[in-house]
Design a binder for this molecule. Structure first.
Ligand code: NAP
Length: 267
């Protein structure tokens, strides 16, 4: 794949780093990013072609796609449905995920109704969602979602939940089935890969589960939406990592209005 070195305009991150981007721009004629993003928001040619034609790729990737606070937290302190008022975690969560809630594709996908932003961030959300063939998550993320997600859970794929709890699969309308896995992260990944076929496996979170997969060295890509909010505490993403940790290079940077979208690829 041909790559070029460029400096992404209008990005604080770009002041600090030189960024490697694939040469081909993302987006159809209708959704072409504005010139400012054109270099930043790019995808490998093969992936674009596959997404446009519905054709399956042969290489399945394992990737993380999450929102992160500026001080490195995946979730604010005390975030549980049982304790909605604790340290105003609801407002912090909204500040973390505000960029996503407003995207047209996301709103449509979750049946929030019409409207929403279009443009490069929306394209990114669509492409990320469409590449997922299976999800893996931890039991704490699931426990919150079980109470908060609509009946048609927003995954539309098999979801493998790492847990010590024994439970039968939970089938939701719209193609989401939660499978409860008691025999470890490797086994969950094996099953997820099988379900995903040539689509990709997303490690959906939370921090505990992402850390386990980082320690196994199987995460190919880290996609982080870095929101300009400070939590001062909560579930820290990058801790409990073994030495030597996995190494990544910067692949893409997209400066959105409410988050900086960073993509890292394993070396
Ligand atoms: N910012 C984002 O984009 C984002 C994305 C996802 C999640 N989140 C947030 O992250 C938070 C949850 O993260 P977390 O790190 O606290 O928890 P988590 O990773 O969601 O779940 C951890 C739990 O999963 C089970 N588990 C994990 N690995 C296991 C294994 N190998 N074998 C058996 N069971 C295993 C254990 O529960 P049991 O022992 O009870 O089974 C463990 O306590 C939530 O607040 C969620 O909203 C944020």
């Amino acid at each position: 794949m041909e790559t070029t070195f460029t400096r992404v305009e209008n990005s604080a991150v770009a002041e600090e780093y030189r960024i490697t981007v694939p040469a081909e721009p993302l987006g159809s004629a209708n959704t072409r990013p504005s010139p400012i993003f054109r270099k930043a928001i790019t995808m490998p040619k093969g992936l674009q072609a596959g997404l446009q034609t519905g054709e399956r790729r042969t290489m399945s990737k394992v990737f993380v796609n999450i929102g992160l606070s500026l001080d490195g937290y995946l979730a604010p302190a005390g975030m549980t449905m049982e304790n909605p008022g604790y340290k105003n975690w609801g407002a912090k969560w909204s500040a973390l995920m505000g960029w996503l809630i407003n995207q047209q594709y996301f709103r449509e996908h979750l049946k929030f109704g019409p409207g929403g932003e279009t443009g490069p961030v929306n394209d990114l959300v669509r492409i990320t969602t469409e590449r997922i063939g299976a999800n893996i998550m931890g039991k704490r993320m699931f426990d919150q979602g079980e109470r908060a997600w609509p009946e048609e859970a927003p995954f539309h794929t098999p979801v493998y939940v790492l847990t010590n709890e024994k439970r039968q699969p939970w089938v939701r309308p719209g193609g989401t089935t939660f499978h409860f896995i008691n025999d470890g992260p490797e086994r969950a990944l094996e099953q997820a890969r099988e379900s995903a076929a040539s689509r990709d496996v997303r490690i959906a979170g939370g921090a505990d589960v992402i850390q386990q997969y980082l320690n196994l060295g199987v995460i190919d890509e880290l996609e982080i939406a870095l929101a300009p909010v400070l939590f001062g505490g909560g579930r820290r993403l990058f801790e409990n990592l073994r030495e030597p940790g996995p190494q990544f290079r910067i692949d893409q940077v997209l400066a959105g209005p409410a988050a900086t979208h960073l993509r890292y690829v394993r070396l």
